[in-house]
Structures are given as C-alpha cells and as structure tokens.
Design a protein around this ligand. Sequence first.
Ligand SMILES: [Zn+2]
Length: 389
Amino acid sequence: MSQLRPHPVSIWPVWLVATACLMGGCSSWKHAETFEGWTLYRAPGVLLEVDDWQAAFEPALEVVEREFGPFQNAIRVHAWQGSVTLAENGRRVVHQDGEGVQDVPGIGPARVQGYHARGGVGPWSRSGVFLGMPDAGTAVHELIHARLAEEPERLPLWFEEGIATWFGDGALRNGTWTIDGFACWPWRELRSNPLTDEQLEALLGLSPLDDTSVRNNVLVHFIGWAVVFDLALETGSTDWRVWQARFDWSDVLADARQRLERTLRSSTPGHWMRRLKDTDPDVRFAVAKGTWKLQSLVIVEALVSALEVETEPEVQIALAVNLLAAANDLNLNGPTAWRVRTAARATLQAAEVPDPAEQEAIRVLFQGRVAGQGNNGDALEALRRFWAE
Ligand SMILES: [Zn+2]
C-alpha cells in the first residue's frame, strides 16, 4: 500500500488548448450518450462503461448544483482511459493510457486524472470537463471549475483550487456524494515540507496564465485547500461567498499564513476524527477514507476504536482497509498492532459486498495482508473507493 499514494490532482485550463488535440484531432471526440444537463463523449478507440460514468458523474453534478446553483449551460464530459503527464513548465499535457503516475519533485507520485477546459477561440478549443476515470471526487472538483467559470468574477487561482479540493474530498455511497473536506495528503505534505513566506507569497500570486512547475501546481491546490478548510471550519458554512467575505484580502499573505498554520496543527486530524462518531454512516465513511495517509499513531488508535464499535458493514470495511495500510506504513507492533489485526481480520472475514471484484479483493486482502504475505496492490486498487482520496 505504501506505493499507492497517487492523488487526483486537477489541472488548470491553461493547458487546454494544446491538450484536447493530442487525443488525435480536435474533432475526434465521439458522442457516447446524452443525459439531462450533460453529454458524455469518449476519446477515439476508448470503450466506455457508460453506466459507471453515469454513476460517478450524476452525484457529482447534483452536489455542485446544490451548492453553487444550477449550470447555465449543459456540460460536456470527455472521457478517456488513463491520465495526464505534465511537462516541467506545466504547459504540455500528454494523455496516457494506464496508470500514468508522475513523480512530482519534492512531493512524490501524483496521478492527474482530470481537468477542466474553458475553451478558447477557433477550432482548437473544446470546453468542458475531461476525466481519465469515472471518479466522483475528481468530477466534483472539475465541475466546480466549470461552474465557477460561469461566474462573472475570476477568483485567485489558489482560492478556486482550494474550493474545488475541499468539495472534492468526500465519498460516494449509495448514489450520494458526501463532502468531508479534510484532505489527508495535503495536510501531511504541507507539514513535512513547510513553506517559507517567500514561497507562500509566490504561490498565492500565481495566476492561471502563468507558466508554473508541476510542483507549484500541486502546491497551489494544497495551500488553497488548507486556507479553505480553515474558512469552512470558522464560518460553519459551505458557501464559498461566505468564505470569500471572511478572508482578509487586504493582507493575503498574513491571513493565508495564519489559516494555514491553524489547519496544519498536529491536533487538527484528531479533532476531525470525532466525526467517526457521527450518526450518519455516510459521514463516517467519508471521514475514514484516506486516513491511512496521515501516518499517525493517534489516528490509528481513533480508527481502531471506531472499528471496534462500528456496525455499518461498508464503514467497517473502510476503517479496516485504512487501518491496515496505516499500520503497515507505521510498522506498528505491540498492543495497538494486535488490536488492529484482530478488528481488521474480523471485518474482512465477515465482509459481504455486492460487487464480485470487490469481494474477491477483500478475500485476497484478508489472506495476504492479515496473514502477512504477498503483494496486495491489485486488491487494493479494486477497493479504492474505500481508501483513495
Ligand atoms: Zn483544480
């Protein structure tokens, strides 16, 4: 599991004009299906499971329209298989089949699996949402860019990326996207590589039109998320206009720094884990997902305590999978390791899910991970809805 750290990082539309054409011609996207409010196109040669795309996209559209208001225009969704690689100047985007995990300097592997294009002038432009996999969280993120593009006002890059990342952190369960908002990867990365004021100021000043490195592109998402997370917590609101009104735009660096530091306090995830006691299983599921990345003993203890009393089967699986991954990364031993193994083993052994591929993956994980043998990469991939953020 320690290799499985890719994260859907979204790409700003800057690259778009060049991008859509790399698929083999700007007019070569094929119509796949029209739904209410959106149309699905596929890249040439790509066969789509239309049902999977509909299942991932419609809950995303529903949550974005609920929070941001209805779209003025129907949305074009372009689906391809794989991901995108960025050139170091951030300008070139190349579609790739397969995994397409890219090493971001100083950050580690990241997987770019979607972006939004505002389109431009002339035959090269094609606006809409571009997605490399039917993933609801990525769809939420990109739809927010698409929806904000309909607003008359242009938001600073970091703020828009923060909003999109905050809403795109959550979980899909039973056809509903539940927002969580605490993104584990940015939290850990920003803590392990603290930014100087100079670096922070440069990131806050970036515009979508700037040439920027892949690393800075990722970091803009991260700092934006950290500031927005604090604004959301402080205001108790999910309305980005309320966040915007609360932020001190007269001293962007000082206010961003203060909010960043609050989000990055060591106590933040522990406080957030109290939501594991929420009465809504969708909330508990969304909280559990991604926590393995925090690599913290406090979090492991919170997760195992939650698993020991959890009764909802899917939440149990999410807790068990994240616990096993976290325990593995932390090289746990002693009483906590014993508790983790006992609770996870009981969960995986009893787990029954309707999807045969997931059921098989749980079996493999039970035999391999619990017995301490074998490589479970494929099994974990099949279970990504339980752990991937
Ligand atoms: Zn984005």
